[in-house]
Design a protein around this ligand. Structure first.
Ligand code: ATP
Length: 568
């Protein structure tokens, strides 16, 4: 298969904002892709070289790409910079300067491999090597192919669809409709590698995928997430017998460990499935407490004060980590991993076991030690005992309690009633039962005092998962400290885009001065959620204020419209 065929569909996709049309275009295209090309095609459609959890960084900044283009066209750097200044997108620059260039008609595989070589170059002198390799690839491509290669290298492919739309498209490809999508979804939840799922779908059909994928050490499982209920009585009514655990205010971590003859594999992933092993060098010692060959643990990483032994709130753990750098931070802010679930042991998936049995297994396989701690728990059918436990945790300075169904399976994602969070409703969180994790969609340049920060207000939205759109819910212009305004500006400018992203639905009256890529998630407190015709969500927030930046969350895990209704 030619790379041109993929580029042809990218051009079509770029012209539309309709998710249904995108799904159809993708399904029609994927029908033409042979099984052995499927995974590469899927990764390239997303501007990636592998599954999202292995995000490849090409390690080439704009300036290096400018240098590559100067070399490709044999012109001065200043000429490329001038055109870049005019067009604002290096993908457009390369297309314009390439004229009618036809290229050699490289295959998808050749292009993929050449891009992989650019990404793989590392070490001393690798910038130069990357530029050379990139120029070599560009020389063989047509004007339009070059555009998408440049966007891929710069991580700016963004066509406004994600793995989710691709799961839809694969289902349509196989069944002609979205019927049966849940089969792919289930497979994807335990093996979130869209390329592998697509290849299996092509060769085994919709029904065959689930049999072929299994929970695997080194591949993250989508994390189970908590639902909300208003009271302990409702929780007990819904789940009957429950296990109640402290709700730690740390960072979710899924720990993968395998001991083989060849050595040890230690890997960990965030709630958003990004690998974060590098942040936790302590894991190398922690796994000494594990008495089995392989395991996947669900846990919360929490920093503590080495002098007092007291657990630190998330914000403090993160700040100290940033300040001291990873290696030093593990001394300054030692970490404990509070394990509350186990998903896999020695080749056996435990996802379908009832929670109480998984907790028993957890007790059996983790030896006492400093790093891995098993979270305490109580088991009860009494709402009073749930409340009491919750109050006790608040007294200990924790965030509240997690209330889990005693015989519930491990359910990836936020569905079913297996996990419910029981948080404190305190002044700082506003008068709502929970805070809102919103995506920053853009900002307005400031007038008056805040003009010195370069930003006077910002627009935030929540997720409408059915349409995979972001809909607006608040324009926030107050309640930030000076430092937060500055930080917002800095972060916003790194995410600046020329055009409103395809998945944004923003009413004309709210169009911001600067659009941003949907990537920055902020936690917002408010006093009330009201119906509002002003916002595309249909809701607005009373007295919205920024609680913190949620670096641990991706836009795809922002609060959804349905959750917004629950929070009220
Ligand atoms: P969510 O993860 O539900 O979208 P969030 O990240 O804002 O939302 P909360 O909703 O407040 O967090 O609570 C869920 C998170 O709580 C988990 O992702 C996990 O990081 C943390 N947590 C702390 N203690 C526990 C526990 N005992 N069991 C499960 N999760 C826990």
């Amino acid at each position: 298969m030619k790379f041109q065929a993929l580029v042809a569909i990218l051009i079509e996709l770029e012209k539309t904002r309709s998710r249904n049309l995108m799904t159809e275009l993708l399904a029609t295209f994927l029908e033409t892709v042979p099984a052995e090309e499927m995974s590469r095609a899927l990764y390239l459609l997303l501007g990636q070289l592998g599954p999202a959890y292995q995000r490849v960084d090409f390690g080439l900044a704009d300036t290096m790409v400018v240098r590559a283009l100067a070399r490709l066209f044999e012109v001065d750097l200043s000429e490329i910079k001038k055109t870049y200044g005019r067009l604002g997108d290096l993908g457009e620059v390369v297309t314009e300067l390439s004229g009618e260039e036809e290229g050699e008609g490289l295959s998808l595989k050749e292009t993929y491999e050449a891009l992989s070589a650019v990404a793989a170059a590392s070490g001393k002198g690798s910038q130069e090597e990357k530029v050379e390799l990139l120029v070599g690839l560009l020389k063989r491509l047509s004007a339009i192919e070059r555009k998408y290669v440049i966007r891929t290298v710069l991580g700016k492919m963004r066509l406004g669809f994600s793995d989710k739309t691709l799961l839809d498209a694969l289902t349509v490809m196989e069944s002609g409709s979205k019927a049966g999508r849940e089969k792919l979804e289930r497979a994807y939840q335990i093996y979130p590698d869209i390329g592998t799922i697509a290849a299996l779908c092509k060769s085994n059909g919709l029904n065959g995928v689930e049999q072929k994928v299994g929970i695997t050490v080194g591949v993250p499982v989508m994390s189970a997430l908590a639902q909300r209920l208003k009271s302990a009585d409702e929780m007990v009514a819904k789940m009957k017998r429950v296990i109640v655990e402290p709700k730690y205010d740390g960072q979710r971590i899924q720990i993968h460990f395998e001991r083989t003859d060849k050595g040890e594999l230690i890997r960990s992933f965030s709630r958003g499935l990004e690998e974060n092993s590098f942040m936790f060098p302590e894991l190398a010692q922690a796994i000494e407490q594990i008495g089995v060959k392989s395991i996947i643990l669900d846990a919360e990483a929490v920093g503590y004060d080495p002098e007092t032994g007291k657990l630190l709130p998330f914000q403090e753990t993160i700040t100290r980590k940033r300040k001291h750098g990873v290696a030093d931070a593990s001394k300054q802010v030692p970490i404990r991993f509070f394990c509350f679930d186990v998903l896999y042991i020695d080749g056996e998936s435990l996802l379908q076991l009832p929670l109480w049995q998984r907790r028993e297994r957890l007790e059996q396989v983790i030896a006492k030690g400093d790093y891995l701690q098993i979270s305490p728990m109580i088991e009860t059918t009494s709402a009073d005992e749930v409340r009491e436990f919750h109050a006790k945790q608040l007294g200990l300075g924790l965030e509240g309690a997690m209330v889990k169904k005693y015989d519930g399976v491990y359910q990836p994602g936020r569905s079913g009633w297996n996990w419910v969070k029981f948080k404190e409703v305190e002044e700082a969180k506003g008068k709502l039962s929970d805070t809102i994790d919103a995506v920053v969609m853009g900002y307005y340049r400031g007038k008056g005092k805040r003009s010195s920060f370069g930003v006077g207000a910002f627009l935030v939205g929540v997720l409408n998962p059915e349409k995979q759109e972001f809909v607006t819910v608040a324009k926030i212009g107050t309640g930030l400290t000076d430092e937060q305004w500055r930080e917002l500006k800095r972060r916003a400018d790194a995410l600046f885009v020329d055009e409103p992203p395809a998945e944004f639905v923003v009413p004309d009256s709210l169009i911001p001065g600067v659009w941003m890529e949907p990537s920055l998630v902020v936690e917002i407190a408010a006093d009330e959620i009201t119906r509002s015709p002003l916002h595309s969500s249909g809701y607005g927030l009373r007295f919205p204020r920024l609680v913190r930046f949620r670096d641990d969350k991706k836009a795809a895990s922002a609060t959804t419209l349905a959750e917004l209704q629950e929070i009220n």
